[in-house]
Write a protein that binds this ligand. Structure first.
Ligand code: G3P
Length: 218
């Protein structure tokens, strides 16, 4: 399972890659706004900066909602750097755009997925990645993890090549569950990735080893 970091914060992206376990980055307009990145030029420049830090796919989201606008914006984003993946929302014109991009060799990430039906449509349209939002489903008392399991089953049954990129991860347990369910990728806040490190018995065990070593070597 690949690990992407879900942020537009350059320090966090660098920290995540320095860990040595990161495979890519996802962003969205909310994450860009959170970093204070506004205006087309600054936004495009920021994507290039992310690509220069990250050694792997970087999802950059379109904000157009009509076919022509999505294509124009997506092609501009894809021209920025070979690692750019154009993130397209699950809407009717978005599905048409997924097919266009797929036929023209541009990688895509279909975002805002909340149902298996949407996942089938995106795969049929040739999406490279599919982003089901686990945490936002859990927030509404639907089972986000159940959706991941259902989509993985459907894709495996029918041989769809679209990669399941579990998004809206909120904690380390989501990551572990996604691994169990067979998600291809998880995109996570840095804190959720770092949370995988934690176990009190590791801390207690390490303290004891160091103490014993110190006593024996006094
Ligand atoms: O990038 C899409 C997704 O990961 C958003 O997560 O936490 O805003 O639901 P969240």
């Amino acid at each position: 399972m690949k690990f992407f970091v879900d942020t537009a914060n350059l320090d966090q992206i660098k920290e995540a890659f320095d860990l040595g376990v990161l495979d890519g980055v996802t962003t969205n307009p909310s994450l860009m706004a959170k970093e204070g990145i506004t205006g087309q030029k600054k936004i495009l420049d920021h994507y290039v900066k992310i690509c220069e830090i990250a050694d792997g796919p970087v999802s950059a989201e379109v904000i157009s909602t009509d076919f022509k606008g999505i294509i124009k914006e997506g092609e501009k984003l894809a021209d920025l750097h070979p690692n750019i993946v154009v993130k397209v929302p699950m809407i009717k014109d978005g599905v048409k755009a997924l097919r266009y991009f797929s036929d023209n060799g541009i990688k895509t990430n279909c975002t805002l997925i909340f149902s298996a039906g949407q996942a089938i449509l995106a795969a049929k349209a040739g999406a490279t990645y599919l982003s089901p939002f686990i945490g936002r489903l859990d927030d509404t008392s639907w089972d986000g993890m159940e959706l991941i399991s259902q989509i993985v089953h459907i894709y495996n049954t029918h041989g769809y090549e679209t990669e399941v990129l579990a998004a809206s991860i909120r904690n380390p347990l989501h990551i572990v569950k996604c691994a169990e369910m067979g998600a291809d990728v998880v995109t996570c806040p840095l804190n959720s990735i770092l949370g995988l490190l934690n176990h009190p018995l590791t801390d207690i065990g390490l303290a004891k080893f160091l103490e014993d070593h110190k006593k024996a070597n006094q």
